[in-house]
Design a binder for this molecule. Structure first.
Ligand SMILES: [Zn+2]
Length: 314
């Protein structure tokens, strides 16, 4: 028996509305969660790709993660775009119902901080130099992201407001678990911090450690070599680098990066002593160290240029 036409319409309307709402929800907010791995109890890590930001990766090129305490969560870096930040948030919410109390930015580079907006309720924790350093570069970084991913990808990225500025050391309480934040003098950048979870011996180094991907000098190569000595003294059982796989065997896992930075400094110093110009030095210095580093062709010439400027007046 067919129902009268009016009833059909009445039944169909809510179904259509629900479908439209579901579509809207999918388009507007529901982010697909980022895959994360629990590298130690309550410590989750997502590994970014060894690539430059491009539409294929959406800015997902750095390691990001979170630590779950008894009361609250700390997110450590938020990814290279607002969309990656939302996907990280979805990953947090699928693992715990506890609130995100803190977002720690290990340093200012956009692949680590452009997802911050996905956690508006959290207190932003970073180096005492972070806000100023990022504010200086913000418009450049946003313009670059718009070029790489399209203008809508960079929409809504605001100036950073650091709630907790770290000049030396700081403990972040998550309830039954406290993270130790340490600020460093200029190394990879002038605003690097590390995050240690003493409960599991897990150390998030930010970009003070690159594994597989060539390190990028945006601060001081000499300072970075010194920072690595301090870093090696951290009581860690495993490290989550800024780029590359999580490694056990600390501090042996610093060796490849130390070799690269050492040879960079040594060879640029020799070039300066021999009176070689910048372009010749860029062509010749430390090229043998390229074996095995991802993105070497892109970043090594920039590193030589940066170190040349750093050492020119020593
Ligand atoms: Zn960086």
């Amino acid at each position: 028996m067919r129902p009268p036409p009016a009833m059909t319409a009445a039944r169909a309307a809510p179904t259509l509305a629900a479908a439209a709402l579901a579509l809207l929800w999918a388009g507007a907010g529901a982010a697909q969660e980022l895959p994360v791995r629990e590298v130690a109890p309550g410590v989750f890590v997502h590994e970014g790709a060894h690539e430059e930001t491009a539409p294929g990766n959406g800015g997902d090129i750095a390691n990001i993660g979170f630590v779950v305490g008894e009361d609250a969560v700390a997110v450590i870096d938020t990814g290279g775009s607002p969309a990656i930040g939302r996907r990280l948030r979805a990953a947090v919410e699928s693992r715990t119902r506890k609130p995100v109390r803190y977002v720690v930015n290990t340093h200012m580079h956009p692949d680590h901080v452009f997802g911050n907006g996905a956690f508006p309720e959290a207190e932003l924790v970073g180096h005492a130099n972070l806000a100023d350093a990022l504010a200086r570069r913000l418009e450049t970084y946003k313009a670059r992201l718009a070029e790489e991913l399209g203008p809508e990808a960079a929409a809504g990225i605001g100036a950073p407001e650091v709630d907790v500025a770290v000049a030396d050391r700081l403990r972040l309480d998550l309830g039954g678990r406290a993270l130790e934040i340490q600020a460093f003098p200029t190394a990879h950048t002038n605003n690097d911090v590390t995050v240690l979870d003493p409960a599991t011996g897990t150390l998030f180094t930010g970009d003070l450690l690159f594994v597989e991907r060539v390190p990028a000098v945006d601060g001081s190569a000499l300072g970075w070599l010194r920072a690595m000595d301090a870093l090696a003294a951290q009581p860690a059982a495993r490290v989550v680098p800024g780029h590359g796989p999580t490694l056990e065997g600390w501090p042996a896992s610093l060796a490849a990066q130390r070799r690269y930075l050492d040879s960079l400094v040594t060879e640029v110093r020799q070039a300066l002593k021999a009176g070689r110009g910048l372009s010749e030095t860029v062509e010749r210095a430390a090229t043998a160290e390229g074996l095995g580093w991802a993105l070497f062709e892109t970043y090594h010439p920039r590193n030589v240029t940066a170190v040349y400027a750093e050492l020119e007046w020593e």
